[in-house]
Design a protein around this ligand. Sequence first.
Ligand code: ADP
Length: 254
Amino acid sequence: MNNKLVQIEHVSAGYDKRLVLKDIMLSVEERDFLGIIGPNGGGKTTLLKVILGLLKPASGKVRFFENNLPVPHLNIGYLPQLNKIDRRFPISVREVVASGLIDHKPLFRSFTKEQKQQIEHALEQMEIAELADRSIAQLSGGQLQRVLLGRAIVSHPKLLILDEPNSYVDKRFESRFYHLLEEINKEAAIIIVSHDIGTVMSLVKNIACVNETLHYHPGREVSGEWLEETFGCPFELVGHGSLPHRILKTHQHD
Ligand code: ADP
């Protein structure tokens, strides 16, 4: 068994007085690849905010580990949803990637030689070195996604969190992007949130479904019955290129 990295214990969280997540239990191990699926408004992004420390749980605990020993913080890389990005901001590709190291830089001092090398390495790893001096306003969706992924991994985080990577729809870069994730997963655990169950199932090692509560499914061979039980809606399997893909059958809620 791998070392544990994140442990969520009995976490309830929400906004004002309304709880969106109730009594969540979840463990993420080093080099895990966890897919989080669930209906819109089910609390997926809220769970990410709790893990990232952006939202304090109403009750329960999030604990982090390194080499199986508890640590107060974890270095986490984050790729936000596309609609959270202001592309008009006049900043270059290299500057965006470098901003992933800001927390690691002494105030009022420039990056060290080693950090500059880390930035160039991330640019090369994401295959965006030739775009380094370009403004992010000039990029395609797929190029911007790789720039933001470069920013998320430049500090070599132990955990990478991706929120709806499909929001950067750019089919030309999709398989390259997934290949990059596989490479990153050799060094870091990944949590990916997506409403596209087909994509999630083809990539991940384990699956969780979040809909106020959390249902954990070890492995990725999810059955229609499990999905129906956890979502409360009927699913069916359809072709999606070479990937299995489940969609909601026509159904009615009471
Ligand atoms: P998902 O990511 O699964 O679509 P979210 O975690 O974004 O779900 O949202 C869960 C619920 O919390 C929704 O009902 C949403 O309206 C509500 N919510 C999300 N963010 C806020 C916020 N900042 N203030 C108040 N309610 C919010």
